[in-house]
Design a protein around this ligand. Structure first.
Ligand SMILES: [Zn+2]
Length: 82
């Protein structure tokens, strides 16, 4: 377990950890969530992961203000090989 000061800090830490561990096929970026230690039943998504055209997923953080950014075909192949 890793702790952070607030939800925004927890999400940012989770993003950095997920990206640094992207070589590990056991790690699913799309399922990354964070929660308050005292309320672990409420999970907060870390990545947007919205389904876009041609089955691609958004790579950006959850609740991002800009338009979604699709993963490249190479990233998609890698993710589905998990
Ligand atoms: Zn998005």
């Amino acid at each position: 377990m890793v702790t952070s000061a607030d939800l925004a800090a927890a999400r940012q830490l989770a993003i950095e950890l997920t990206r640094s561990l992207r070589f590990a096929p056991e790690l699913s970026r799309t399922e990354t969530t964070v929660s308050a230690e005292c309320d672990q039943l409420v999970q907060h998504r870390v990545f947007c992961d919205r389904l876009l055209d041609a089955g691609r997923r958004c790579l950006l953080a959850a609740d991002h203000p800009a338009a979604c950014l699709a993963e490249s075909p190479r990233q998609r192949i890698s993710r589905h090989s998990i």
